[in-house]
Design a protein around this ligand. Structure first.
Ligand SMILES: *Cc1c(COP(=O)(O)O)cnc(C)c1O
Length: 392
């Protein structure tokens, strides 16, 4: 059983842009009439920010969201003209570049003075979204300072140095839909928006929801939803798969079996000899490791070869790890696994998932896809085009 056309890759991540467009369309329908901001920070959660941004806009996303101004600059340099919001700054951030390139800025407080100074110097108004902390306790303006922040921002607006176009906040526990803190956050957000509007702010967009908020809380949609994980086809909920949410995983991680040999019972495997075979068996060598972004602690995670799943045994090393085929007589046979394709995770339905790797490593699917290292080649595929070819 083969998973992709063409030769088996040494090690490669395939990014299916048709799946990404499907996910964006699906989420846009759920969010409507609210618009979708495709969140493409951290190099598009490891999928490649520019190709993901372009595909998301093609599929109906109206906004792009990133953490850093430098990430927004990369998108503008690639010719992307859609509205972009960047929300995490330091005193060294290049606010001037953001203003010059028409990048919207999320503002929690201290940034305002820097933004205004740059706007005055380059004689262009900044577009800002004021952020209120409704309970996450990370970035955002404390509620008791909200009116003062609004007042300062409106003064600068009158001076022509900025325009307040948005108010936003971020949810803390939306991935656990039963928790009441989300209700409290939504209430606080409504209040903050009302205070802003009473103060005379003319808002283009009010936004609060991330992926879980978008999927589970229609009352958190407001004008715009900021969706990262979902556009990559992954589920934010513990008990619900991508498929159950109507999403298609975008990233597949493929490699090939680099060595295959039969070993006796009691043979140790990998550093520390933390695993010993409990019978005579065949081991397969998978040529990726933590140097490629595979979590070192993910022993036990599944890898599919020839349509069957085999567990990682022993420690994962920098460049390689071992799987146990639990069979004998195959290493030198005609269907030796040597050279066959090995899939760490893919689109589900016959392959392991990023969720399997998250469980094995005590992490979350967000981290599994985001941490794949530059040593792994990325290839952009379009399953719609592949389907069309296959139909001919
Ligand atoms: C990363 C991020 C998002 C996207 O979150 P997902 O759960 O991936 O949808 C939205 N808003 C902010 C402020 C973020 O930092």
């Amino acid at each position: 059983m083969s998973f992709s056309a063409g030769p088996v890759p040494e090690r490669r991540v395939d990014i299916d842009l048709a799946a990404l467009r499907h996910n964006v369309r699906h989420i846009a329908e759920i969010a409507s009439p609210a618009r979708v901001m495709a969140v493409v920070k951290a190099d598009g959660y490891g999928h490649g920010a520019v190709p993901v941004a372009m595909a998301a806009l093609e599929a109906g996303a109206r906004w792009l969201g990133v953490a850093h101004i430098a990430e927004a600059v990369e998108l503008r340099r690639a010719g992307i003209e859609a509205p972009i919001l960047a929300w995490l700054h330091t005193e060294s951030s290049d606010f001037a570049a953001a203003i010059e390139l028409g990048v919207d800025l999320g503002i929690s407080g201290w940034e305002l003075a820097h933004v205004v100074a740059e706007a005055r110097r380059i004689e262009r108004p900044a577009r800002v979204h004021l952020k209120i902390d409704t309970g996450l306790g990370r970035n955002g303006c404390p509620p008791e300072q909200w009116e003062a922040l609004l007042g300062r921002a409106l003064e600068h607006q009158e001076d022509g140095l900025l325009r307040v176009v948005g108010v936003f906040s971020h949810l803390a526990v939306a991935d656990e839909p039963d928790r009441e803190e989300t209700d409290e956050q939504i209430d606080r957000f409504r209040e903050a928006v009302a205070v802003a509007e009473d103060a005379g702010v003319d808002l283009e967009v009010r936004h609060l929801a991330n992926t879980p908020g978008t999927l589970a809380r229609p009352d958190a949609h407001f004008d715009l939803v900021r969706v990262g994980l979902g556009i990559y086809g992954l589920s934010p909920f513990d008990g619900q798969s991508s498929e159950e949410l109507g999403l298609r995983p975008v990233m597949s991680f493929r490699t090939t079996i680099a060595n295959c040999k039969e070993v006796p019972e009691g043979h140790g495997v990998s550093y520390g000899l933390a695993y010993r075979t409990d019978k005579r068996t065949t081991l397969g060598l998978v040529p990726v490791g933590y140097g490629d972004g595979v979590p070192r602690v993910a022993t036990g995670a599944p890898v599919s070869v020839g349509g069957r799943f085999y567990p990682v045994v022993g420690r994962i090393a920098m460049d390689q790890f071992v799987i146990d085929f639990e069979e004998t007589g195959i290493a030198d046979s005609e269907d030796s696994p040597l050279g066959q394709e090995a899939v760490l995770f893919g689109a589900g339905g016959g392959t392991p998932t990023a969720d399997d790797w998250a469980r094995a490593s005590g992490s979350i699917n967000y981290e599994i896809v985001t941490r794949i290292s530059p040593r792994v080649t990325r290839r952009y595929v379009d399953s719609e085009a592949i389907d069309a070819e296959a139909d001919q």
